[in-house]
Design a protein around this ligand. Structure first.
Ligand SMILES: *Cc1c(COP(=O)(O)O)cnc(C)c1O
Length: 389
């Protein structure tokens, strides 16, 4: 049988992270003591009041279809969150709840981009953005950045990449994979350029709550009505509430875009899981005091790992300002990032993600969403490994 694969599907790059991940899992299953720095998710448990709300919903029989863009109560809770945290006014009809922030990103790209359109993506990028753009038939335009600018694009870079075909600029601050965070002024300037050139901004703000040392997260939508009109905010519950497996994300958009996404979602996935949505309401409306504890813990791990990495032969690392990743530069050690990470896994049983997966071969991504004991052990091993190169 000759299975014809669509051009859309065939154009996707296979995931390098999955190769490392499945190897690490296999080694663990064989009983080997693998230290995982690869995780893209918090190591904390979902707060109990959120679980209780979902369990109650299940027990109450809240197990049927809901409106496809989410229950009114949750769309209102999201609108309230934007008001409270960002000073932004959205009607519930401008809010779409989806099966994760990733799903929200895909919906936005599908609703706004098509063949012939260009989408500007700063690199290092979250690895799904370019593939989603390709799935929509549009063309990713990658803006290379490096640790010299703390992985931030300059206004000149953005300006010179914009063409009449540019449809969307993807902004992700704080960033996965680098942990970098744009300042208020930097975000405003990039937003100004998009407004001037009439380019939409997809602002992925899923790490909003995870910022360190008193730094502030600012949404690009908040600078003026024009910025608001040019911005679609993508967000979710996965990172700030440790709800990765719940599959709950959301977006807020100008009305016509929200309407288009509502139509797409109603014909593809329908509603996010009914009882998970009740958990989402409890997360957004309930106490937020778990966050201070998590942040203190992440911050301690980040400082420790950052200091140790910079003491290692051939490694330099800018400190992260948000999220839970460090993105050390390993280029002086003379290996491509994929070789580096697969040898690190084989020799020292440490799993990290090669930078090439994020469009940046001089680096690797280390997640510190794991215990301090694991971080110490993994960094001891990494130190030993770089001595052998
Ligand atoms: C984790 C993450 C998301 C969304 O994840 P979901 O699990 O789909 O909610 C979106 N963007 C970035 C950059 C992320 O790291």
């Amino acid at each position: 049988m000759n299975y014809k694969i669509s051009k859309r599907a065939a154009s996707l790059a296979p995931s390098l992270t999955l190769a490392i991940d499945s190897k690490a899992k296999q080694m663990k299953a064989e009983g080997l003591d693998v230290v995982g720095f690869g995780a893209g998710e918090p190591d904390f448990d979902t707060p109990i009041h959120i679980k209780d709300a979902a369990i109650k919903a299940l027990n109450d029989g809240f197990t049927k279809y809901t409106p496809s863009s989410g229950i009114p109560e949750l769309r209102q809770a999201v609108a309230d969150k934007f008001k409270r945290d960002n000073g932004l006014t959205y009607k519930p009809s401008q809010v779409i709840v989806s099966n994760g922030g990733k799903h929200s990103c895909y919906n936005v790209i599908l609703a706004t981009c098509e063949e012939g359109d260009e989408v500007i993506i700063p690199s290092p990028y979250w690895l799904s953005y370019p593939e989603m753009v390709k799935l929509a038939g549009a063309t990713p335009v990658i803006l290379q950045t490096s640790d010299k600018t703390e992985f931030k694009v300059t206004p000149e870079q953005l300006r010179s990449a914009i063409t009449p075909k540019t449809r969307l600029f993807i902004l992700n601050s704080p960033s996965n994979p680098t942990g970098s965070l744009y300042t208020r002024d930097e975000i405003k300037t990039l937003g100004d350029i998009c407004v001037e050139k009439n380019v939409l901004i997809m602002s992925d703000e899923i790490y909003e709550k995870l910022v360190y040392d008193g730094a502030e997260h600012v949404s690009v939508a908040s600078f003026s009505p024009a910025h608001y009109d040019h911005t679609i905010i993508v967000h979710g519950l996965a990172k700030a509430y440790s709800m990765t497996g719940w599959r709950l994300g959301y977006l807020a958009a100008p009305e016509p875009i929200a309407k288009a996404i509502d139509a797409i979602q109603s014909h593809s996935t329908s509603n996010p899981t009914s009882f998970a949505q009740k958990g989402g309401v409890a997360a957004l409306n309930g106490p937020q005091d778990h966050l201070a504890k998590w942040l203190a813990e992440y911050s301690k791990r980040r400082s420790y790992a950052h200091e140790r990495l910079n003491k290692m032969r051939g490694i330099t690392c800018v400190n992260a300002k948000g999220a839970f990743y460090l993105f050390p530069n390993i280029s002086a050690l003379g290996l491509k990032s994929a070789d580096f990470c697969s040898r690190l896994l084989e020799q020292e049983k440490v799993a990290a993600v090669p930078g090439i997966a994020f469009g940046a071969d001089d680096y690797m991504r280390m997640s510190y969403a794991t215990s301090m004991a694991n971080i110490e052990k993994g960094l001891d091993r990494l130190e030993k490994f770089v001595q052998t190169l």
